[in-house]
Design a protein around this ligand. Structure first.
Ligand code: DAH
Length: 351
């Protein structure tokens, strides 16, 4: 629209801008500027009044048309999504700051734990979470490592300068086995009622290791405990084999080899046929066809006794293994340090 009067031209521009800024508020038609123009009209002489009045009417129509056009286009918008993670009524100029540039994703360790725990849950195990600070008793004594036991050194345990109420140094647990005494004590009532103790314990563990592609100071383990009358090594093998076959969704061969842990007797390394090459030999199993997957054994009678369980009546098995390894093998990940590094380039690949 072109106005003869330059002033009207400018006012039209200002008011049109205001209509947009005030989200289409029709009050612009009754604004100070408009009222001043109409007041001025009354003071004009006949001749000027006619031409100025014509222009003023044009201006009013012009603004009314803009208000109507904006209203129509608003009504044409799709309905508001109330689940949107931002306020849809916000000014569009502020949108980029408020909109999340990218959604995050679940950490692969979380995803994997969920799969693993779900299988054990279906096998009748209950889940108990481990803790990230514990004491010397749970880390060693209750697990049959008396003071000065050489195997204590195998666990590169971080010890803090803080002490618990009994004066024991607080430690960052170096394995989830730290939960065994506590778990056995709290679940003992199951045995009295004629039920087994069947627990899986996921947890974050810490070791003062020399770091490399296979060693990280912080990692995750899954511990398992099963106690009842007449539990034997056969039950241990079949339980873990059942889990592994369910997890890899295929038949596997398994082997156990003698090992040593102070808290199990006998102790074993549990080995499965490589699920990635079906025992033929590949990069993942170092061309041997076999993969050592976890440590396990029959719970040492002393460990049961420390928890107040009659080791003549009850026996049980336990195992513990790392979670990162499972994910690394599945996804061809070459360095365990990726998991704790918080690098988006790594995490984005698990969306
Ligand atoms: N805690 C052991 C480790 O971190 C693994 C382990 C071995 C756990 C045997 C067990 C077990 O419960 O029975 O090296």
């Amino acid at each position: 629209m072109n106005y003869q009067d330059e002033r009207l031209q400018n006012i039209a521009k200002t008011l049109k801008k205001r209509i947009v800024e005030t989200s289409n508020n029709p009050d612009v038609l009754r604004s100070v500027e408009m009222r001043a123009l109409f007041d001025e009209l009354k003071t004009l002489k006949e001749e000027q009044k006619a031409s100025f009045g014509k222009e003023l009417n044009m201006l009013r129509q012009d603004l009314t048309a803009q208000i109507k056009a904006l209203k129509d286009s608003d009504e044409a918008l799709p309905p508001i999504d109330v689940t949107a993670p931002f306020d849809l009524n916000i000014k569009s100029s502020e949108m980029p700051r408020l909109l999340p540039a990218e959604h995050g994703s679940r950490h692969p360790i979380n995803t994997e734990f969920e799969k693993v725990l779900d299988i054990f849950y279906r096998m009748g195990f209950t889940v108990l979470e481990s803790r990230e600070i514990d004491n010397d008793f749970n880390m060693f004594e209750a697990l049959n490592f008396p003071e000065g036991h050489p195997a204590r050194d195998d666990y590169d345990t971080f010890v803090t300068v803080q002490k618990d109420q009994k004066g024991q140094p607080l430690i960052a647990p170096a394995h989830t086995s730290t939960m065994q005494n506590r778990a056995l004590k709290s679940m003992k009532k199951n045995l009295e009622q004629g039920d087994p103790i069947a627990l899986v314990i996921p947890g974050r563990v810490f070791r003062n290791e020399d770091l490399d592609a296979r060693h990280e100071h912080t990692f995750y383990q899954l511990e398992g405990i099963y106690v009842d009358e007449n539990v034997n090594v056969g039950n241990l093998i079949s339980t873990i084999k059942t889990f592994l076959q369910e997890y890899y969704a295929k038949e596997l061969a398994v082997r156990i080899q003698p090992s040593y842990f102070p808290f199990t007797e006998p102790s074993f390394e549990f080995t499965m046929s490589c699920p990635f090459c079906d025992n033929k030999g590949c990069n993942i199993c170092s061309h041997s066809g076999w993969i050592e997957i976890l440590g396990c054994g029959m719970i040492h009678p002393n460990v049961l006794k420390f928890a107040g369980i009659d080791s003549n009546k009850y026996t049980g098995f336990a195992w513990g293994g790392g979670i990162e390894r499972l994910i690394m093998m599945k996804n061809n990940i070459e360095d365990i340090r990726h998991f704790e590094a918080g690098k988006l380039e790594f995490l984005r690949q698990f969306k």
